[in-house]
Design a protein around this ligand. Structure first.
Ligand code: ACM
Length: 513
């Protein structure tokens, strides 16, 4: 049954006849939804028609990979016209990631100008089918897609999620699973926090001990780990197959104990500190006065840039409490040109706005609603001066913040962040004095001091992550908690089918199970 039993207040409403999921019941909310009369029904006769392009074929295979196990249908890929699901790449005013979905009795057609748009359209199609479509064994249909037309494209080009693989290490398989979860909500940037005091997680050939020694532990004293270059390239390749760009971060000049422990020469006093497995911040700094520091940064950035087909390289720059302001500015003045020299665009946490962001740099705002006015004004001034902003307000979208006092995982230094709070703000007017054009998008970071397993990732990301994805994708005109929470609730059976654990927030009218 497409629409099951929903609890609304104290009343349980049950629909007995199988109906298609209403066309607009999608997260993130599509830009435009025009319901039609008659749904399309996928049957054993359905084929997936792709145009001649390799990318459309690849996306067709991806869609078939989702539909075949649960429907039990063959769903052959075909380049012949006929009834069924059509994926078409064609010139048109869809933008870089937009698409159009047309559904009626004779078929469903997804049209886009670029492959990313087709892929996002497939995510919409997926959400319009019953949640059981996500299962790996044959399920009962019917497999209906409501009739009508969706025209959709994102509000912001940058819609990110960050995973801290330093405080606890996550395997390639765990990262891939998160990528699949992100793709379902049209997130297109995966920021990996690859280094911190507790662990260095990426192999650097010219400084091998960073990974082999600096990556040998994690918070709590576990074994840690690191990605070989082949591992990392596998993550990048997989992300790319889901139309996500990987943004690697090497956090500098603070948050560098793992590097300082690996190479004594990087320390101003020439003495390597011990590896660190606690959760304090702000105690480490690269040695700003040593030339070797910039040889090190050059080597790391060069090797990382060579592994990165994406546009960005994140250099951290937060919580440099053991670096004087003067040194911080000196360091950033010297390091940013290294990033641009290797062809990458600088991203840094918003403290960079207290130094001299290079032309084209993006600053990632991680303050709170009540961060002091002077700090916000500094960010706004940089934005007026051309620095783009990614918004990650910590008391809104930090996925490691506890939902309530009782949340077994997470931290609370930025506050408790229930589902409504994480959704109910507008990136377009969040920071006063910032020109609209400076806002490049939003990102939901997940710091991993308390996050150890894949299930922990899921529980903190769901159900907040889809809300952040919606803030990044959907037009402000669709923003409405009361209708959002109903669309969000409808996602829960899909998470169940996918084995995604989530926080059953009392703010959301979950279907009765
Ligand atoms: C941060 O949360 N230190 C960026």
């Amino acid at each position: 049954m497409a629409v099951g039993a929903f609890t609304v207040g104290a009343t349980t409403v049950t629909k007995a006849t199988p109906t298609a999921t209403p066309l607009g019941r999608v997260v993130p909310a599509p830009a435009s939804v025009t319901p039609g009369k008659t749904p399309y029904r996928i049957t054993h006769d359905t084929a997936i028609q792709v145009d001649g392009s390799r990318e459309a074929r690849r996306i067709g295979e991806y869609l078939a990979g989702i539909l075949r196990p649960s429907t039990g249908y063959r769903l052959p890929l075909s380049t012949h016209a006929g009834h069924g699901i059509q994926l078409r790449l064609t010139k048109g005013s869809f933008g870089a990631e937009g698409y159009r979905l047309d559904s009626g009795p004779s078929g469903v057609t997804l049209t886009a100008a670029h492959a990313a748009g087709l892929f996002h359209g497939v995510q919409t199609l997926r959400q319009l089918l019953p949640a059981a479509v996500e299962k790996n064994s044959v399920q009962r249909g019917p497999w209906q897609i409501a009739g009508g037309t969706i025209e959709d494209s994102p509000r912001y080009a940058y819609r990110g999620a960050m995973l801290d693989v330093s405080r606890h290490f996550f395997t390639v398989a765990q990262v891939k699973r998160y990528i699949d979860e992100l793709a379902l909500y049209k997130i297109n940037e995966l920021h990996l926090h690859l280094s911190d005091d507790q662990g260095w997680r990426i192999a650097i050939d010219s400084w091998p001990r960073l990974a082999t020694y600096g990556g040998s532990t994690e918070v709590g004293g576990g074994a840690g780990g690191y990605y070989t270059k082949a591992d990392y390239q596998e993550i990048v390749r997989y992300a790319s197959s889901r139309y996500l760009e990987v943004v690697p971060e090497i956090d500098m000049p603070g948050h560098t104990n793992a590097a300082l422990a690996s190479y004594a020469d990087l320390n101003c006093d020439g003495v390597a500190p011990s590896l660190y497995t606690g959760t304090d911040v702000g105690f480490s700094s690269l040695c700003v006065g040593k030339d070797l520091t910039y040889d090190f940064v050059d080597d790391v950035v060069r090797e990382l840039a060579a592994l990165t087909p994406g546009r960005y390289l994140h250099i951290g720059g937060d919580e440099a409490h053991s670096t004087s302001h003067e040194d911080y500015v000196k360091f950033m003045d010297r390091v940013q040109p290294i990033v641009t020299k290797y062809g990458k665009t600088v991203i840094a946490w918003h403290q960079i706005t207290g130094a001299h962001p290079v032309k084209g740099a993006l600053a990632q705002y991680w303050g709170l609603d009540d961060t002091d006015a002077a700090e916000k004004a500094q960010v706004a001034a940089a934005a007026k001066n051309g620095t783009g902003l990614i918004l990650s307000p910590a008391d809104r979208v930090y996925l490691d913040m506890k939902y309530t006092e009782d949340t077994p995982l997470g931290q609370d230094w930025a506050g408790l962040v229930e589902v409504k709070r994480s959704y109910d703000w507008d990136p377009g007017n969040y920071l006063a004095g910032v020109p609209t054009s400076a806002i490049r998008g939003v990102e939901a970071p997940l710091w991993s001091e308390t996050i150890v397993t894949g299930a922990n990732i899921d529980y903190m990301a769901f159900p907040r992550l889809p809300g952040v994805a919606e803030l990044g994708w959907s037009p402000a005109s669709t923003h409405d908690w009361d209708t959002y929470k109903v669309r969000l609730a409808a996602q829960a059976p899909r998470w169940d089918a996918l084995g995604i654990d989530y926080y059953r927030s009392p703010q959301v009218p979950w279907p009765a199970s």
